[in-house]
Design a protein around this ligand. Structure first.
Ligand SMILES: [Zn+2]
Ligand SMILES: [Zn+2]
Length: 84
């Protein structure tokens, strides 16, 4: 049962990329940590725009070795991104 389901999934489309949030399409503007606020900060150096202001602050200031929640790259800074 499970195997058939997986085979069908593979045949139709590639598996979703590694992501913290399970439901992708509607949440892709939301912070991956709190899933509430809009993403506004890109992590440096990996460049993932995945966090809101509050969560980027918590990640950088509240953890000893901040890691990008998407790719686990150690990050030193977050850059505020303005989207038009
Ligand atoms: Zn957040
Ligand atoms: Zn990243």
């Amino acid at each position: 049962m499970r195997e058939a389901w997986e085979n069908r999934l593979e045949a139709r489309e590639p598996p979703p990329s590694l992501s913290v949030s399970a439901s992708a399409s509607e949440d892709d503007k939301q912070c991956v940590v709190c899933c509430e606020a809009e993403r506004s900060h890109a992590l440096i150096p990996c460049g993932h725009l995945s966090l809101c202001e509050a969560c980027s602050g918590m990640l950088l200031l509240g953890t000893r070795e901040p890691l990008c929640p998407l790719c686990r790259t150690p990050c030193k800074q977050a850059l505020r991104v303005f989207q038009s």
